[in-house]
Design a protein around this ligand. Sequence first.
Ligand code: 4AD
Ligand code: MG
Length: 430
Amino acid sequence: MANVYVSELRDHVGETVTVRGWLYHKRSSGKLWFLVLRDGTGLVQCVLFKGNVTAELFGQADALTQESSLIVTGKVRKDERAPGGHELDVAELAVVQIAQEYPITPKEHGTAFLMEHRHLWLRSSRQHAILKIRHEIIKACRDFFDSKGFTLVDTPIFTPAACEGTTTLFETQYFDQKAYLTQSGQLYNEATAAAFGKSYCFGPTFRAEKSKTRRHLMEFWMVEPEVCFAELPDIMQLAEDMLIFILDRVLEKRREELKVVEREVAKLERVGRPFPRISYDEALRLLQEKGSSIEWGGDFGAADETTLSETYHRPVMVHRYPTSVKAFYMQPDPIRPEVALCVDVLAPEGYGEIIGGGQRIHEESLLRQRISQHGLPEEAFRWYADLRKYGTTPHGGFGMGIERAVAWICGIEHVRETIPFPRMLYRIYP
Ligand code: 4AD
Ligand code: MG
């Protein structure tokens, strides 16, 4: 008998097929057993009729527990009222394993309990929907850059130097040297962009963030494009185009999952171009008007970001932050060197920063000066400075944290639910 997935049942109405999965739910009404099977692609109600199967098989259903693994063969019937829209009239049932008492039940569980059982929690419909949307977002990122002629170039995870400041480095032993887990692929991407014109990397990045917030993970995934000859306005345009592309894709392909996570889709649908572009100075004024005590020169705190991102119904691009709060590689504005040609994109509805990027210093002597001002080891950055010697060009790019984007698009409070196995300040299990 042909093995099919639940998502394929619509093509097999009237045929006898085999479905393999796990028991989600069961109920009986004397002569009938209704077994709802979950196979990862959907749910199907399997109906066992006493008159159609052996007494032994019918009796077996009684012993089945939640999450027992089963192989069910039966005839596919269309039924709008059944969960998933199809039913299986069971002819044969093979039990792979009777599951032990499953810890996650339909009753409410606390977050700590669910995090401790993350390996099982992933099977729940809400977590399943979030990870389907995450997959769609990742695919959309790749499709967007691939369709624009970017080359995907993977950057290393073991690195000899810091990209985003030395306070959040994870240090590790690399034989007889010290190495750090990468904070961003950007520096290497600047080299690959000079080889390919435009390139992107997509991989795990690491930050030893000592604070416990709902937006920070120790390990997160970042997509980072880098473009030669691009200046700040080009980078902002690229970020806007990418976000619109991703949103369109998710709204087109993941309606069902957005419903499962109870996302208010109207709020995603009204996101259109152009995204507002405001300077740090303008943002500062807005925050001060709303009662923030922030002064010029300070970086925005989580509360400030929330305020700004609640002000607009679409992502807002804040550009030209004070150079002093940004990374060493940021190109200063030639007209006002105290600010950098950088941009942060803040998602609406209070989700905060999802993208950071901008233009990089392309002149060797200024770069060397910044490396030393930031107390960074010159030797480790020798190759990076080299890039400024051989055909340097203005260039720039950005990085988008996938988990932050998933949190916004799914409407989830905390990033811990946006990645299969979150690495957090006090949790590395499971
Ligand atoms: O703003 P960040 O630090 O920028 C960079 O790393 C640049 N080198 C990227 C580039 O220009 N190629 O980080 C970029 C994004 C943030 O906007 C945020 O979405 C995400 O990465 N991010 C985190 N996500 C989860 N947990 C953390 N601890 C994060 N830190 C940054
Ligand atoms: Mg940032």
